[in-house]
Ligand binder design. Structure first.
Ligand code: UDP
Length: 318
């Protein structure tokens, strides 16, 4: 019998790529999603896969998905635009949803991996960010619905490990991109790709000097799988330490799409982190993990997906 994995948020960008990777690893997979920000199109290709099931459910209430050996808890709105629109849902899934996912792991004596985030570090005062850094989060700011939900989920995960001996792990994910990102999720790479491919201005927020470190999705998922096989209970950063300013990112997108688009400066959103780069020494040592795909290569690998997505959105020519 194949081991059976539950993936919450399985129709999301990262969740669906994780489902693909787990099926390839020999798991049978049950994906659950309430489709608030997840999309059936992300898992359309798995519908005829015998080892894959999908359930559209709300994980904030008790649910039964049958016996499982591994719980991958990935459900949550994840882009700033999405989590600010769905603020209360984000807080619910990062508290009630996390508790239900942990309950399932506890009841089934299953292993558990939680998708945490670099947002736990907030607007970081330590750079690059090591897992030991406690962060600088505005508890009442607009991003707190996501940041504090994820921080609470980390606390809950550690509590289930300490009090109920659940075999838990957590990954802190840094700005991941690639095919299946929603064109309108508001994150910087889908925004810039869409704008460049349409010939619109690229909207750089603030002066564009803030930094991010972008990880291609297959590298990120490789890190998840490696971590899933360890006994490490404390957080592990998985991200690409190649750091770019947002302006440099816009320039890369313009170059790779061959677009004639120009840049338009817009207001910086409140509490937008000024810098972000993972220290990945722990992942290197513990997992032998290293990202392989640089930003230019990853953008090229994503180009066809974004081209198709933009074409599908354009009104048909008369
Ligand atoms: N950003 C931007 N223009 C956009 C979208 C985002 O300049 O059209 C900036 C945003 O202000 C932030 C960075 O790009 O500094 C990354 O934003 P994103 O929403 O992708 O994710 P975050 O890392 O903030 O969670």
């Amino acid at each position: 019998m194949k081991p059976r994995a539950l993936v919450t948020g399985g129709a999301g960008f990262l969740g669906s790529h994780l489902c693909d990777a787990l099926l390839a690893e020999g798991y049978s997979v049950i994906a659950v999603d309430n489709l608030l920000t997840g999309r059936m199109s992300n898992i359309e290709h798995l519908r005829r896969e015998g080892n894959f099931e999908f359930l559209q459910i709300d994980i904030n209430r008790p649910f039964d998905c049958g016996p499982v050996n591994y719980v991958f808890h990935f459900a949550s709105p994840a882009s700033p635009v999405d989590y600010m629109v769905h603020g209360i849902d984000t807080l619910k899934v990062g508290s009630l949803g996390t508790m239900q996912a942990l309950e399932i792991a506890h009841k089934n004596h299953a292993k558990y991996l939680f998708a945490s985030t670099s947002e736990c570090y907030g607007d970081p005062l330590e750079h690059p960010q090591k897992e030991t850094y406690w962060g600088n989060v505005n508890t009442i700011g607009p991003r707190s619905v996501y940041d504090e939900a994820k921080r609470f989920s980390e606390a809950l995960t550690m509590a289930y490990h300490r009090y109920h001996a659940v075999d838990t792990r957590m990954v802190r994910i840094f700005n991941t991109y690639g095919p299946r990102m929603q064109l309108n999720d508001g994150r910087v790479i889908p925004n810039f790709m869409k704008q460049a491919l349409r010939g619109d201005h690229l909207t750089v927020y603030g002066d564009g000097k803030q930094t991010r470190s972008f990880c291609y999705v297959t590298d990120e998922v490789d890190g998840f799988l490696r971590l899933s096989k360890t006994d490490e209970h404390f957080p592990v950063n998985i991200g690409n330490p190649n750091e770019f300013t947002v302006l440099q990112c816009a320039e890369r997108v313009i170059a790779i799409t061959g677009s004639k688009s120009k840049i338009r400066y817009e207001d910086l959103p409140q509490d937008d982190p000024k810098q972000r780069r993972p220290d990945i020494s722990k992942a290197r040592k513990l997992l032998g993990w290293e990202p392989k795909i640089g930003l230019d290569e990853g953008l090229k690998m994503s180009l066809e997906y974004f081209r198709d997505a933009v074409a599908a959105e354009m009104p048909a020519k008369a």
